[in-house]
Design a protein around this ligand. Structure first.
Ligand SMILES: NC(=O)c1ccc[n+]([C@@H]2O[C@H](COP(=O)([O-])OP(=O)(O)OC[C@H]3O[C@@H](n4cnc5c(N)ncnc54)[C@H](OP(=O)(O)O)[C@@H]3O)[C@@H](O)[C@H]2O)c1
Length: 224
């Protein structure tokens, strides 16, 4: 059996830890440096997993614009209900056809809407289990995965302990409103979160932003 691919996440957050504006979208708060850094991180990945709501709300451009001679990672989308509009940029401008994982419940709908612009893979069961998705991607030969949120999708992967690396850009704004999402989070805390310390691998300041990279501690338990 193939080992599971390595998964990194990359998110930008405000000084008060928010990753979405009060209108639920993310725009206008990242600098050109952050966009360049995002492309550098994307260029190291073979696959880029994008959240459904992030595509609906933000319609991200996924082709690399700031790194020369790099191959765009292949977009992967997890749809456990419904579908997505065909006119989203991920379907119009990707260099490689996006790969969509879906369930029995929405397979026909996704096929009828998106089969001309994406490859569609039906997974068994009632939920899209991140580990199953990674197994399939590993079987397809992909080793380096980048997950770019949103927080709900990130949470599913964190909760199953599938993330090895966290890239975070701190952008110089305070939103202030409570109950906006952070880089991850569900209804419950992660069991043993206070014993799972992440290791700071790099910390770079560029103009007015901080670029952090943390890796999961191999030893697991660590505390003061
Ligand atoms: N600051 C940043 O760097 C950054 C980056 C990305 C996104 N964002 C912000 O995050 C917002 C969206 O975040 P979000 O948390 O609402 O949504 P999301 O993570 O983008 O998408 C979540 C949706 O994905 C689908 N999904 C399929 N399989 C899943 C699984 N195993 N676990 C979880 N979800 C699964 C679900 O929809 P179905 O059940 O309907 O299939 C779920 O509602 C965006 O609007 C954007 O502004 C910020």
């Amino acid at each position: 059996m193939n080992p599971l691919p390595i998964v990194s996440i990359n998110m930008a957050m405000t000084l008060d830890g928010k990753v979405a504006r009060p209108d639920g979208r993310w725009y206008g708060l990242s600098s050109r440096n952050d966009k360049r850094r995002m492309d550098e991180i994307r260029a190291r990945a073979e696959v880029l997993i994008l959240g459904k709501n992030s595509i609906l709300n933000d319609d991200p451009v996924i082709h690399l614009r700031y790194v020369e001679n790099a191959t765009d990672p292949r977009p992967v989308i997890l749809l456990r209900s419904g579908t997505l509009p065909e006119e989203k940029k991920v379907f119009r401008f990707s260099k490689q056809p996006p790969l969509i994982f879906c369930l029995d419940e929405n397979y026909s709908l996704v096929r009828s809407n998106l089969s001309s612009v994406a490859e569609i893979v039906l997974l068994p069961g009632k939920d899209l289990v991140p580990e199953e998705v990674l197994k399939r991607l590993g079987d397809m030969g992909y080793r380096e995965i980048l997950l770019e949120g949103g927080p709900s999708l990130n949470d599913s992967f964190f909760r199953s302990d599938l993330i090895s690396r966290i890239y975070v850009t701190v952008v110089p704004f305070l939103i202030g409103k409570k109950n906006l999402p952070s880089i991850t989070g569900g209804d419950r805390e992660y069991p043993g979160f206070d014993f799972r310390r992440w290791n700071l691998v790099s910390c770079e300041t560029l103009e007015n932003e901080v670029f952090l990279m943390y890796e999961k501690s191999r030893s697991g338990a660590e505390s003061d």
